[in-house]
Structures are given as structure tokens and as C-alpha cells.
Design a protein around this ligand. Sequence first.
Ligand SMILES: Cc1cn([C@H]2C[C@H](O)[C@@H](COP(=O)(O)OP(=O)(O)O[C@H]3O[C@@H](C)C(=O)[C@@H](O)[C@H]3O)O2)c(=O)[nH]c1=O
Length: 184
Amino acid sequence: MKITETPIPGLFVVEPRVFEDSRGYFYESYHKERYFQNQMGAEFIQDNESKSVRGVVRGLHYQLAPFAQSKLVRVVQGSVYDVAVDLRKGSPTFGEWFGLELNEAEKKQLFIPRGFAHGFSVLSETAVFSYKCDNVYNKDSERSININDPKLNIDWEIKTSEQIVSEKDQVAPFFDAAEMNFNF
Ligand SMILES: Cc1cn([C@H]2C[C@H](O)[C@@H](COP(=O)(O)OP(=O)(O)O[C@H]3O[C@@H](C)C(=O)[C@@H](O)[C@H]3O)O2)c(=O)[nH]c1=O
């Protein structure tokens, strides 16, 4: 397993060791002790999976305190462009975002600590997205930031006119108007 810290402190890219043979492949998609030892300390308590078609953009999502979530995200099938935005007030990289392609071939994962907004766009015909969370879903605490915020200026690799976005996410506020209370 190779772990690389991104330019945003606390945000890590994980490249698992994949064993391939004539039957197919095997890899450990999570190993509590190893992830903890490498500064990815989170007690995961909920797993989620979604399937989306090409052009779907989900995000940018986060939950406020006391339901803030760390996430360990990966793609089981297909390919996405995945983005995390630093919302930690006082962080040297506050307001900055990091993006990378996650796909079924490379099996990279992104560890996203609490205090980040997260989203992804679907680049393949379909994509199955799987992630662990260290806090439960709480509808009243969930927030979105507009994926097309001109200040963030994220290139989702899908033209705006071709983006498929939920009604909730279409009316999400821009970064400057977003609530960011994580109780750090
Ligand atoms: C996220 C979530 C949603 N739901 C329900 C609420 C709703 O009726 C339905 C679909 O929810 P959404 O439209 O919010 O699903 P989605 O847009 O896929 O939301 C997800 O987006 C990505 C980018 C994230 O980072 C996740 O944390 C999560 O916010 O599923 C749960 O029951 N539990 C959950 O944990």
C-alpha cells in the first residue's frame, strides 16, 4: 500500500496493493490499524454505495457538527473525477481543493478528514462509488456547496450543459455563503 499526502494537509491518496491472478484480483480495501498508523485516524461506522450515469455530478457535500464525517472513498466500477475542498477555518489551505481521477483499474482511494466538502463527477458510462464514513447521515446537518462556484472554479471534466445534478445540489449556496461549523 502506498500513501501520499496531497498538497492539502490531512488529505491522503491511498494506492492499495492489488494481487492479480488467473481468477481475477484481490485487495484489502480497508485495514484499520494500517490506516490509523498512517494518520488516517477515523472510526468508520457507516458504509455507502451509489451508482450514477455519465455526467452526474454529486456534491459538494458535508455535514456540520456534531455530525461531521471523515470519508474513505473509492470507485468499484467505472471512473470518476473526485474532489475535496478544505473548509477548515484556520487551515493554511482553507478554500483550496484537490481533485484526482478514481477508477476501477487503479483502485486508488482518497481519505478525506472531517471539515471537507466532497463531490465527484462521473466520466464513464456508469460508475459505482463506495465509501466509508466515521459518522452517521443526519439530514438536518447536511450541506452542499455549489459545484460551479466561480471562486472554486473546479474543472469537473463534464461541460456545465451536460452535468446531471440533483435538485438539492442545483440550489446549493456558493462557498462564501456556506456554513462551516465543525467544532474543531
Ligand atoms: C448520504 C445519504 C443519503 N441518504 C438518502 C437521502 C436521499 O433520500 C437519498 C439520496 O441522497 P443524496 O442525494 O444526498 O445522495 P448523494 O448525492 O449521493 O450524497 C452523497 O454525495 C457524496 C458526494 C458524498 O460525499 C456523500 O457524503 C453524500 O453526501 O439517500 C441516506 O439515507 N443516507 C445517507 O448517508
